[in-house]
Design a protein around this ligand. Structure first.
Ligand code: SF4
Length: 289
């Protein structure tokens, strides 16, 4: 289990997101079976949820893994299960696949969808606890983490969880930490942020090259194909922001809040894009070094 602490009053354990990274070799290809997708620019085919993708091999590998983008499956290269796949496959279902026992699929596929969301929450909470200086917030984050980790111990607990309530509780603490972090940037910054930079703002295709966006609250913002080249996004909250095809070449994202690998995978960047230390440069980005 990720970063377990049995005592919410104990000092915060070190940030550990390793168990929240995908380990496809220990997963029964749950993203390629449990989830459905429609034919779009991201997927070349329609695939109903709960059915294996036509490109799935018998050993749960993808037969077109090294040419997903040219074959029209860009969505597969963007997706991140936050380690839910291996947790469901190996822990909740003890290594018994939906192929070995078809009866497991009834609970395994819905469980995967819930566990993915819980792992995503843990990903964000790990960041929140690493960035807050408020002991009460740390305590609250630890309590939430334990609640989620306890729920992850058993399939029926996962399936009966009030996900909406959990989302609301996590969102509240993430927003509190965001305010704490961003206020430190806004208090010391020389630049005045554009008042239009609010959560959910539509900046699709906008040219914002070289702007300082330090401390901006871009939660849920539409940054599709936005030109963010050479921008400084230190302390900017990017929770749930849509970064598809956003231009990130030369941008500094090393101190952003709530950035995920999936957001990066959907964007365009290069070797000059500065990233947080626990995120990777996507393999399809050109290496300009
Ligand atoms: S194309 Fe490959 S990675 Fe994408 S869903 Fe199908 S089997 Fe999985």
């Amino acid at each position: 289990m990720p970063f377990i602490s049995s005592d919410s009053t104990a000092p915060s354990p070190a940030l550990d997101r390793e168990s929240l990274r995908p380990d496809c070799g220990n997963c029964f290809a749950l993203c390629c079976t449990a989830l459905g997708f429609s034919r779009t620019t991201d997927f070349a085919i329609d695939k109903p949820a709960g059915t294996p993708c036509q490109n799935l091999a018998s050993d749960f590998s993808c037969t077109i893994h090294d040419r997903l983008r040219p074959r029209g499956f860009r969505g597969c290269t963007v997706f991140d299960c936050f380690g839910a796949g291996q947790n469901v496959s190996q822990n909740l279902f003890q290594g018994i696949s939906w192929k070995a026992d078809s009866a497991t699929a009834k609970d395994m596929f819905p469980a995967f969808k819930v566990v993915r969301q819980l792992h995503e929450m843990l990903w964000y909470l790990a960041e929140a606890i690493s960035k807050t200086f408020d002991p009460d917030t740390s305590h609250h984050v630890n309590e939430l983490r334990m609640t989620i980790e306890n729920a992850l111990a058993e399939t029926q607990q996962v399936l009966s969880l009030d996900l909406g309530d959990m989302h609301a509780r996590v969102r509240s603490v993430l927003m509190g930490v965001s305010e704490e972090v961003r206020s430190s940037y806004l208090a010391t910054g020389d630049d005045h942020l554009d008042a239009a930079l609010v959560p959910g703002v539509d900046l699709i295709g906008k040219k914002m090259r070289s702007r300082s966006l330090c401390g901006a609250d871009l939660r849920g913002a539409y940054l599709i194909a936005t030109d963010l080249r050479d921008c400084d996004l230190s302390g900017a909250d990017l929770l749930g922001a849509d970064l598809r095809d956003a231009r990130l070449e030369g941008a500094d994202l090393s101190k952003t809040l709530y950035l995920t690998q999936a957001q990066l995978n959907a964007a365009q960047g290069d070797a000059h894009t500065r990233l947080p230390s626990d995120l990777n440069s996507p393999t399809h980005w050109p290496d300009n070094s």
